[in-house]
Write a protein that binds this ligand. Structure first.
Ligand code: 5AD
Ligand code: SF4
Ligand code: FES
Length: 341
C-alpha cells in the first residue's frame, strides 16, 4: 500500500465501509496468523522516570505522583502468577532510569525470572532508551523482546511532544531501535494515535515506518489526556473519544494489511476510550493482549493518562475478565505460548 492509499483507508468513516475493512483484516488475520491471541502479563515495575515527555502523567517533572519501585518479591510473585496461569510471557515495564543500581537490579531479576519459571516464560522489557551495553547485558540475562515506542515517526511532531534536550532526541530513538534489532531482540515499537497536531499523513508515515524498520511487534493506542501534563492545554483540539477509537482501530486494520505476520497489541488505552475497545481491536486485526499484573496498590501511581482502567481490579480479576473478553470476541488464547513468529 502506498502512502496515499493508507491516508485514504484512515479516512474511511462510512460504517458499512468500515465493516468491510474489518472483515477484510479478519480474513488476512485468520489465514496468516490464525485466531489465537497471546497473553503478555504487564508488570509496571517502577514509575520513576528521568524524562519529561509532554503527554505522560508520570513524567519526571510531575511532583504530584508518589514514586515507587516494586520489590524483587513483588515482581517474582507477579511472574509466578503469570507462569502458573500459563501466560506465555511477561512484560517488565518502567519509566526510563539509567542508574547502575537499576541496570543491575533488572539484570538480576531477569535471571531470577528465568530460573523460577525454568525458562518457560518469555520476557519482554520496556524500560526506555539505554546504552547499547545495557541492552546487551539484559539480553544475555534472559530478555528476548524489547518494546520501545517511537511515539511518532514524524521528527517535527516528535519535537512538539518532547522537550528539546539530548534525552529526548528523535534520532537517538531510531538508533536505539537499530541497536536492539542488531543485538537480536525481537523488537517492538509503536505510536500514539489522535495526538494534537497529528495529521492523517503522519499516521500513514507511522505505518510505513513500522514496515521499513521491519519490527516484530507494534503496540499503539489512542493518546489520552492527563491533567498534570503540558499537552493537556490542547485537549479541546482532540478528536472526540468515539472518533479517536475508530481512528485507532483503522490503524490496527491498516497495519494488519500492511504487515500480515506482525504481532499487534490490543492496548489498554483502547479500553480507556470504550469498555470493549480492546475486543474491537481484536476484530480489527490485533492478536496480543496484555493483562495487568501489577499489584493493585501501585496501579494508580502508574497513570500515564487520567482514565486508566483496572485501577482496583486484582490480577486474578483482570485475568478472568481478559479470558472472557477474548472468547467473546471469537478468539482463542494461546496458553503457554510465547507467540513469536
Ligand atoms: N496517552 C496515551 N499513551 C500514553 N503513553 C504515555 N502517555 C500517554 C498518554 N497520555 C504511552 C507512550 C509510551 C507508553 C509507555 O505509554 O506511547 O511509550
Ligand atoms: Fe517517562 Fe515513558 Fe512517560 Fe516519557 S512516556 S515520561 S519516558 S514513562
Ligand atoms: Fe482488568 Fe477487565 S481487564 S477488570
Amino acid at each position: 500500500m502506498t502512502r496515499s492509499e493508507l491516508i485514504e483507508l484512515l479516512s474511511i468513516d462510512d460504517p458499512k465501509a468500515l465493516q468491510r475493512l474489518f472483515a477484510r483484516t479478519q480474513v488476512v488475520q485468520s489465514s496468516v496468523v490464525g485466531t489465537k491471541v497471546f497473553l503478555r502479563g504487564l508488570i509496571e515495575y517502577s514509575n520513576r522516570c528521568r524524562k519529561n515527555c509532554y503527554y505522560c502523567g508520570i513524567r519526571g517533572g510531575n511532583r504530584r505522583v508518589g514514586r515507587y519501585e516494586l520489590t524483587d518479591g513483588e515482581v517474582l510473585q507477579a511472574v509466578d502468577f503469570a507462569w502458573r496461569n500459563r501466560y506465555g510471557s511477561i512484560v517488565l515495564q518502567s519509566g526510563e532510569r539509567q542508574s547502575a543500581r537499576f541496570v543491575s537490579r533488572i539484570a538480576r531479576l531477569l535471571r531470577q525470572i528465568k530460573e523460577h519459571t525454568h525458562g518457560e516464560v518469555g520476557i519482554t522489557l520496556s524500560c526506555g532508551e539505554q546504552p547499547d551495553e545495557v541492552y546487551r547485558q539484559w539480553f544475555e540475562a534472559g530478555a528476548h523482546r524489547y518494546l520501545l515506542r517511537i511515539e511518532t515517526a514524524s521528527p517535527a511532531l516528535y519535537a512538539r511532544l518532547h522537550p528539546a534536550t539530548p534525552a529526548h532526541d528523535f534520532d537517538a530513538r531510531i538508533t536505539a531501535l537499530h541497536q536492539l534489532k542488531a543485538i537480536g531482540y525481537r523488537t517492538g515499537t509503536g505510536v500514539m494515535i489522535g495526538l494534537p497536531f497529528q495529521t492523517p499523513g503522519d499516521l500513514a508515515d507511522d505505518l510505513l515506518f513500522f514496515r521499513r524498520m521491519d519490527v516484530a511487534m507494534v503496540g499503539m493506542g489512542p493518546y489520552l489526556e492527563h491533567r498534570d501534563t503540558p499537552l493537556y492545554r490542547y485537549k479541546d483540539r482532540l478528536l472526540p473519544p468515539a472518533q479517536r477509537l475508530t481512528l485507532a482501530l483503522k490503524m490496527v486494520a491498516a497495519l494488519r494489511l500492511l504487515m500480515p505476520h506482525i504481532n499487534i497489541a490490543a492496548t489498554t488505552a483502547l479500553q480507556a476510550l470504550h469498555p470493549t475497545g480492546r475486543e474491537q481491536a481484536l476484530q480489527a486485526g490485533a492478536n496480543v493482549f496484555m493483562p495487568n499484573l501489577t499489584p493493585v496498590e501501585y496501579r494508580a501511581s502508574y497513570r500515564l493518562y487520567d482514565s486508566k482502567p483496572c485501577l482496583h481490579e486484582s490480577p486474578g480479576l483482570c485475568m478472568d475478565c481478559t479470558a472472557c473478553r477474548i472468547r467473546l470476541a471469537g478468539n482463542e488464547i494461546g496458553y503457554g505460548e510465547w507467540g513469536d513468529r
